[in-house]
Design a protein around this ligand. Sequence first.
Ligand code: GAP
Length: 484
Amino acid sequence: MTNKKISLKEIVSHAKQYGFVFPSSEIYDGINAIYDYGQYGIYLKNNIKEYWWKSMIQINENIIGLDTSILMHPNVWKASGHVTKFKEIFLYNEDTKYSYRLDLLIENYFQTNLNKEKQLKNNIIKYLEKKLKRNEKDKILKLINQMKIIDPNQKKKWTKIYEYNLMFKIPLKEHEPENQNCYLRPETAQGIFTNFLNVLNTSKMKIPFGIAQIGKVFRNEIIARQFLFRMREFEQMEMQFFIHPNQEDKWLEYWKKKRFKWHLSLGLGEKKYRFYEHEQLAHYAKKAYDIQFKFPFGFKELEGIHSRTNFDLKNHEKYSKKRFRVFDKEKKKVYIPYIIEASVGLDRIFLAVFSSSLKKETIKDTKKERILLKINPALSPIKAAIFPLIRDKRLISYAKDIYNHLKVDFLLIYEENDSIGKRYRRQDAIGTPICVTIDFNTLKDKCVTMRFRDKMLQKRVLIKDLKREIKKETSMNKLFQLLR
Ligand code: GAP
């Protein structure tokens, strides 16, 4: 079998054609950077979620889970620094009406102009930082135009520069005073920090321990490109690990290694991942590493591992007047815990898994092409498809019995339309690892044919062994074993 390269356009089109991802509100021409998950998309997404959730809170006895609200008290975002600091600089062209985020424009420029020296890049970043600190935005605009860093899509120069907070404002009442506005949360982390005392009071957790949660977050990303990579509404899976301040380096290294191993366990290949240490830090971070993934458009951030120090808890102490302190038995004094954060976008993992599992193969013997989603069976949306060989009453009845018996344990598909070859191709395209066919021999020997997606090998198994065989092939336990 030979493999052919698949473009991002083909990935997006396959996701739509096979019920994984649809543009939101498509009947009204869609809305920029917002997507809906179709039937197979949500099954795959839920499997990724389940794997993350269990590997955080079930495997680690010192991590517990929470589910906090999207809307929070306005003071949360003042204390967290998001109201004043969660801003980005944008460049704008008044003719085309298009904007672009300055940091992404520069990143894009240096990625497509690889011959530009690292030194030059660093000098430009330093210059920009200096001008930003002094609020000299016009000088930035001048430099960008002098360097001919134009809009890569519209091929036009920039005419304006402005700053913009990425949070969506939600006034809960009409005529709400500006400082009382609520926001759609831009990270799930703050729900964890604001519940820190509740968790301490209601659980047996002692430092070091973690709190994990999965939830929707919202950011008004003006340039949204690259499919699910940069969305306005997306899901985060975040774990905040509370530690003693003198253990910051130890736990940062620990979580870097642990999360890297988790990503490798998905089986997408070690070469697709690398670490990147941030030079420019988010307002809350003291040290930050990205686990980057090789997406179809190059290496980009998949997960962030950050040391947030006691920045958040200290500020919540200040704003709420509650004490976020724990007792240090050795030193006989109280301290505010430090936090190591592991934060990953669920949609980015989805994109990583989906884009690198989609294969176009030419079959050696027949020279025919097939598209398959060579996804880890533990994550596959559908675990097995059950087919009667042809539409014969006796075969249909047998196949339906098997389907009804196994559906309690696995998410299955039953199909009887089209030729068996066409049915195989459809299942390959949505990543079903096993197809089970009931034929006339089944009526005599109580055996069925199992056909495996990747190598297209077939074997006969007794119906009574089918559950064990499917479980062996698709169980998530295989992934957990790789985490040891
Ligand atoms: N609490 C820390 C935090 O939110 P972040 O680096 O801004 O840190 C964490 O975001 C992760 O969320 C990223 O590594 C990425 O996987 C995901 N993410 C961020 N912005 C996103 C967007 N616009 N669309 C999809 N995923 C995004």
